[in-house]
Write a protein that binds this ligand. Structure first.
Ligand code: ATP
Ligand code: MG
Ligand code: MG
Length: 333
């Protein structure tokens, strides 16, 4: 017999027990912010630094989590609803700035490992700061700040929902589904979009128009949002987890539908032209894009956040969704 909701909730709570003795305040990353901001200023004093990713989404910083930073110009911020340029020229300019920045970081912090990653969709530098936190730095891209602020605005509607998100993220990493581990295909960001989409479908959250999010109104360092223990001893969390799993196993129609926060209600693959034809066309252009498990990016035009989910990975995901019910999101083993 599969465990009850209460048992599932309590098991997941136990897996996060270590958080109760940790300082989760976002001030813990302010030191990293200051250090990165100093390096940015050395390259271009007019650039401003923004923090995004999980620290911004949850309003807490989990030990061991990397921190995502982006350097934005004054115009980027003022035009805070503007679209990010995806051209080769834009990418080239970003890589050039990051090259200079990497040099400064290496000079100021010679023991840190600084890697320039150019072959990704978005140029980025990865810094491993030894005992201090690790971080990614991008430049002139507002979308990360906007999508993090959007996810946060959803979690602010019902802050305990962060437990579902954190439970799913932890599970996705342990199950080998998360793109941050070998063999994984969906990033934490993708799983967060799945969590919020599920909550919207259930009417547990109110829809937010993505266009309402303006970088000009977002704090560069996200404010702390205290994480209270789950309600009624975890029973509600357990129910939510089981319902989330059931939703993606039995209700969500992956063959026809798209996980999307772009509009309320249902979005179909047909609507976005995310079809077999489009897969083939991309392949001819030398790109590997799958439309097997579709997650629409709320800001990036025509981007499937689940593009790396091949038919094999989709089956792997389904298997794990099934297994997750018995193992309380892999917290019992
Ligand atoms: P973690 O704690 O695992 O680092 P996170 O909440 O910081 O989780 P990430 O997956 O690291 O989430 O995503 C950080 C940012 O990177 C997102 O806000 C988004 O802008 C970008 N991103 C991540 N995955 C994708 C993707 N598949 N497609 C497009 N952008 C992505
Ligand atoms: Mg991150
Ligand atoms: Mg990151």
């Amino acid at each position: 017999m599969p465990p009850t909701a209460l048992i599932v909730g309590q098991s997941v709570m136990k897996a996060f027990q270590h958080l109760s003795t940790q300082d989760l305040h976002t001030r813990r990353v302010e030191e990293a912010y200051r250090v990165v901001a100093e390096c940015i200023t050395a390259v271009d004093p007019a650039m401003r630094l923004y923090m995004f990713g999980s620290t911004a989404v949850y309003g807490v910083h989990e030990k061991g989590s990397d921190v995502d930073f982006v350097a934005l110009s004054k115009t980027d911020v003022e035009d805070g609803k503007g679209e990010d340029a995806g051209t080769q020229v834009a990418k080239g300019l970003q890589a050039e700035f990051l090259g200079k920045l990497a040099k400064v970081v290496r000079q100021k912090h010679f023991s840190w490992n600084v890697e320039e990653v150019r072959r990704t969709r978005v140029p980025v530098i990865r810094v491993k700061g030894g005992s201090s936190v690790d971080f990614d730095i991008t430049v002139n891209r507002r979308n990360g700040v906007r999508n993090s602020a959007l996810l946060r605005a959803y979690f602010e509607q019902d802050p305990p929902c962060r437990w579902l998100s954190m439970g799913v993220k932890r599970w996705s990493k342990r199950a080998g589904l998360n793109a941050s581990v070998v063999g994984g295909s969906i990033t934490s960001y993708g799983f967060n979009l799945m969590v919020v989409y599920y909550l919207l479908q259930r009417g547990a959250l109110r829809f937010i128009q993505p266009d309402a999010i303006d970088v000009a109104n977002v704090a560069p360092v996200p404010p702390y949002l205290p994480l209270e223990p789950p309600r009624n001893d975890g029973a509600e969390l357990g129910e939510q987890i089981l319902d989330f799993l059931a939703f993606y196993m039995h209700e969500f129609d992956a063959a026809r539908h798209v996980i999307s926060l772009s509009r309320p209600g249902i979005t179909t693959k047909e609507q976005l032209n995310w079809t077999k034809n489009a897969e083939d066309l991309a392949r001819m252009n030398g790109e590997k894009i799958n439309y097997q498990w579709c997650i629409e990016d709320p800001y990036e035009l025509n981007l499937n956040v689940g593009r790396n989910v091949t038919p094999l990975k989709r089956d792997f995901l389904r298997k794990h969704l099934e297994k997750a019910r018995e193992t309380a999101l892999l917290t019992t083993t």
